[in-house]
Design a protein around this ligand. Sequence first.
Ligand SMILES: C[S@@+](CC[C@H](N)C(=O)[O-])C[C@H]1O[C@@H](n2cnc3c(N)ncnc32)[C@H](O)[C@@H]1O
Length: 229
Amino acid sequence: MRRLLPEPDPRFTAVLTELEERSLKEQRELEALRAQGGTALRERAGSFMLDVGPDVGQFLNSLVRAMAARTVVEVGGSVGYSTLWLAEAVRATGGRLHSIEVDPGKQAEQRENVTRAGLADVVELTALEAPAFVPTLAGPVDLVLLDHWKELYVRDFDACWPALRPGGLVVADNILVPKKNAEVIAAYRRHVGGVPDAQSQVLDINDGVEFTVKREVRPGVRRGPGSGP
Ligand SMILES: C[S@@+](CC[C@H](N)C(=O)[O-])C[C@H]1O[C@@H](n2cnc3c(N)ncnc32)[C@H](O)[C@@H]1O
């Protein structure tokens, strides 16, 4: 079928393809380490990309475009795979991506990948954690991706939620997989479920994402038990 839209920048496509090849290789290594058991996996886990994968990457890119999101925050940038998908879309909306990655080695690779993909001018990279960084942003946030250590999801959801505009979204990855995080993810989902203006849904894309929208509060409308959505 003939494509109506211009093709993405070949620099973006080239770096994305390279990272997808690396990710496939790393997934085979991860499986081998898992099979070894013991501490082998834990010792090496920090050096892997642990990326969201192409389906979630493209989904995030589409969300940014559909929402015309101008301020996007990524928590857990790793070496830049999801960063590239988000950044390519904020380039189209005239927005900016703020990506948090605390590991200096990964952040150096992320910077190189973002630069090689021709996207450095729309991305700010920081190692400041979300509770310190998000309050420094001037305007409201349209979209947040949570994809870092799962036990920090609640803390960083709470750090981002006050800055999110009504109609804004928090997307949290690894909701269904890996199963070893089931308890901590259940606690995150209970926490989000208790936030009065949060409306959530789990989507079965790749490792599973929770999609949480901030509902608009209409002036003069009081919500109480039995008042419905
Ligand atoms: C699952 S990986 C992110 C994968 C990335 N989103 C992608 O799709 O390519 C998780 C990353 O979160 C980083 N991280 C851990 N704690 C963090 C924190 N408090 N804030 C931001 N990033 C953190 C880790 O160093 C790791 O690189």
